[in-house]
Structures are given as C-alpha cells and as structure tokens.
Design a protein around this ligand. Structure first.
Ligand SMILES: Nc1ncnc2c1ncn2[C@@H]1O[C@H](COP(=O)(O)OP(=O)(O)OP(=O)(O)O)[C@@H](O)[C@H]1O
Ligand SMILES: [Mg+2]
Length: 444
C-alpha cells in the first residue's frame, strides 16, 4: 500500500509537470501563430496604405479589427464601417511593432482577450498615422484549455491504470513474503522442524526463504542438541544420586549393618563424581555461551604441561615421559589450558598400560602438543565420535574410575576457543595419540 501510494504520488507529480510543460508549449505556439498572423496583417495594411495613399482598408481579413488612427487619435480608416473609437493608444516607433493585450475592443460584442499590434504608417501617408490590428486570443486560450483537458484525461487514466498494476504486481511479489511471515509466526519453539515455503523464483525473496530455512534447521539442530544434552546430563547425575540414595536407604533401614566410615567414604566418592560432572557441565555451558576467549594472556605452555604431568606422575600409577617437552609460548587462558592438558593426561593415565609420552614443540606458526599412551588405542571409526558429549567407548561407566564422557568434549571446545584443533592420530599401531595444535604466540 505504502509503496504503491509513494510511486503513485511520484507518478502524479511527474505527470503534472509534464502536463504543465505541454500546456505551456501549446499556449505559446498558438500565441506565436496569432501574433505572427496579426503582424502579417499589420504589415499588409500599412503596405496597402502606402501604395494607394488612400485612407481606406480592404474588408475580408482574418483578424478581428484593423484601424488607421491619425495623430489626433481619430480613426481615419477601419475594417469596420462607421468605426469611431480607436482600439488602443500605443506608442510606436517606426519599424518596431508595439503590442498589447486588451480584454475588450471598443464597440465590439466579441469576447476578449485580444492581441493588439501597432506600427507607424510610412510615407506618403500623413506623418503620425498609426496602423492597428487586433487579433482574438480566444483560440489560444481554447487550445491551451483543450491541451490541459486532454492531459488531465490521459493522465488520470494512465496514473489510475499504473497504480492498479503496481498494486497488483507489488502484492503478488510480496505474497511469498507474507507466506514466509505467516509460517514463521506459526512456528513455535516446539515445531522447529517446520520450514517456510520457498518460492520457485531465484530472487531476493527466494533467497530469504532459503536463508530462513537454513536458520530454522540450525535452530532445530541446536534445540535438539540442547535437549539431548539436558537428557544426558540428567541421566549422568541420576546414577550417582541413585547410588547415594540406595546406600542411605539401606543404612537407615538396617542401622549398624555397615560401619559409618565405609558409608561416608562411599557417599563421598559418589558426591565427588557428582561434583566433577557438574563442574564439567558448567565448563561446557560457559563455552556454549561463547565465553571461551575471555582473559587471554601470554603463557609458557611447557610450564603447564610439566605441572600437570608431575601431578599424574605423583599418583604413581603410570610413568610419564616428558623428555620431548620443549619451550612453547601461546596466547590463552591458563586455567583452560591446564584443563585441556589435564583431561588428556587423565585419559592417557586411565588407559595406558605402562607409560605415557608427552611432547611439546613450537614451529613458526603453531604449537603442537601430543599425548601418547600404550593402552588399547582408539579404533579409527571412533576417532571423531569420542569428542562428542557423553560418548564413552568402553564400559568405562561400569569401572569405578569411569568418567562421564565429557573430558574430550571439553578439550575440543577449549582448544577451539583458542583457535586450535585436536584430533586422534595413529600411534604406529599401539595405544592412542592425541594431538593438539594451537596457534603459536610468536606466529602471525
Ligand atoms: N587415551 C585413550 N585411550 C583409549 N581410549 C580413550 C582414550 N582417551 C579417550 N578414550 C575413549 O574416549 C572416550 C571419551 O573420553 P572422554 O575423556 O571424553 O570421557 P571419559 O574419559 O570417559 O570421561 P571424563 O573425561 O568426563 O571423566 C572414553 O570413554 C574412552 O572410551
Ligand atoms: Mg576423560
């Protein structure tokens, strides 16, 4: 509606300007022809005057009235018989035609206005005689009015048709937009699998629909992942809680059956597992909010690696070889980088048979951290999957040391936040090797 109205207003303005120019041109050309006719007539009566010397005018000319007026203002010859009153008193200079417009001619019933042209008569006519010719301007006004009427008629029809056509075409062009809007308005949170209609045309609206659908499918995926995540998290929290509750039930039903210390130790173990899962979940949730890149600083990654490695060594279950750890600087968050290294080392420690080899080296552009163990290894088919949340390959869940399957998901998220990558690489057939690549602080 607005677009049509604006276009129509512009069209009307353009048309009115065009019509005004047209009417002006018609008026001017009609006026010019009347004036040149009057001048020709004037010239011819003055010529006849000069050649015959008679103060008389021939009848039957085209113009309204012709007069010869002498110096004292008396009409000495006229195209009308019995004419007494001069039609005008114009100051004339010989050879320069004077002109004026009069609304009425004396003693003339015809309606005005009239163009009056005048010039001095030439010898042998007595000096001071002036020839006048009046021509009606009625035709000029009529022509202009006719042009205005035609312009008005054509303009009204044209503008009306164009406005109607525009209304129709714009409406038709915008119909898909309305369809998209209605569909989007209809799609509530629960119906993200619905898609907006895509028009057949490959134009802005078609692309809008495609973009809208791409956005809907991303939202759909995100919502599905979110639901899956919440379900997995709930499941993960449920099992330690269920264990704790059943232990507490048994303890209250059969008091004194198990020593309090044993119960407390077992409850504490489950509570620690709960706390660990909660802490992992909160790390992931913070990452999901896009807050990974906060508080970055220049860091010696080798210091962090050595500190985490010595923590594992101290537990004494496994030997950690840090011989290949050399100095490497990165830009990052110290707590997050520690978390990355710790999660990798915890896995390696859990799965290694005897030893874990950690290496760190810095090239011009990147810092490469590798954690290799001599454990069962990771089958090639699972090397991408293990980075998903809550994915565990083995029966780790049953093991007392079993984790929740969030460790590598956290590693991937934090490494990604540092602009790096993490993947499982082949370890020559035995054990697994996880490789983290981070942009070097010395790099571009
Ligand atoms: N070094 C490794 N050797 C063999 N398998 C591994 C290794 N590291 C990880 N995996 C496999 O990948 C799975 C996912 O690892 P991830 O660290 O994400 O979870 P998790 O260790 O089970 O639990 P969490 O780290 O949350 O305590 C593990 O359950 C395990 O099956
Ligand atoms: Mg782990």
């Amino acid at each position: 509606m607005r677009t049509t109205a604006a276009a129509t207003i512009a069209l009307v303005a353009a048309f009115a300007a065009g019509a005004a120019v047209l009417v002006y041109l018609v008026h001017r050309s009609a006026y010019d022809s009347v004036r040149s006719g009057a001048r020709d007539e004037l010239r011819s009566i003055l010529l006849i005057e000069a050649s015959t010397g008679a103060r008389s005018l021939p009848a039957g000319h085209q113009t309204a009235l012709a007069q010869i007026v002498d110096r004292s203002g008396r009409v000495v010859a006229s195209s009308r018989s019995g004419d007494r009153q001069p039609m005008a008193h114009l100051r004339v200079r010989p050879g320069r035609i004077s002109q004026a417009v009069r609304q009425h001619l004396p003693a003339d019933p015809d309606p005005g206005p009239f163009l009056v042209v005048a010039d001095a008569a030439a010898a042998p006519v007595p000096r001071g005689d002036v020839g006048y010719v009046a021509a009606s301007l009625q035709t000029v006004n009529d022509a202009a009015a006719e042009a205005a009427r035609a312009a008005w008629l054509v303009g009204t029809v044209f503008v009306g048709l164009t406005a109607g056509l525009m209304w129709f075409l714009i409406g038709r062009a915008l119909r898909p937009v309305e369809a998209i809007r209605a569909e989007v308005a209809d799609i509530s949170d629960g119906q993200l699998e619905r898609r907006v209609p895509v028009p057949a045309s490959d134009d802005e609206i078609g692309r809008l629909a495609l973009t809208m659908n791409a956005m809907l499918s991303r939202l759909d995926d995100a919502a599905r992942r979110q639901r899956q995540f919440v379900a997995d998290a709930a499941h993960e929290l449920r099992s330690p809680l269920a264990t704790m509750l059943s232990q507490l039930d048994v303890a209250s039903r059969y008091p004194g059956m198990a020593p309090v210390e044993e119960l407390a130790a077992s409850l504490r173990c489950e509570a620690l597992r709960l706390a660990a899962v909660l802490s992992d979940l909160s790390v992931l949730a913070r990452g999901d909010e896009g807050r990974v890149g906060e508080r970055f600083q220049l860091l010696d990654l080798d210091d962090i690696v050595l500190e985490e490695a010595s923590r594992v060594s101290q537990r004494g279950r496994i030997a950690v070889d840090v011989g290949a750890v050399s100095a490497a600087q990165v830009r990052g968050n110290p707590a997050q980088l520690s978390r990355i290294v710790r999660n990798l080392l915890d896995n390696a420690e859990r799965y290694a048979a005897r030893r874990v080899v950690v290496s760190l080296r810095e090239s011009a552009e990147q810092v490469v951290l590798q954690v290799a163990d001599d454990g069962p290894g990771i089958p090639p088919a699972d090397r991408e999957r293990i980075f998903q949340r809550f994915v565990r390959l083995d029966s780790a869940r049953e093991r007392s040391s079993g984790g929740s399957g969030l460790g590598l998901a956290i590693v991937r998220q934090l490494v990604g936040g540092h602009g790096g990558t993490v993947e499982v690489e082949d370890n020559g057939g035995s054990g697994s090797r996880l490789v983290v690549r981070l942009p070097s602080a010395a790099g571009p």
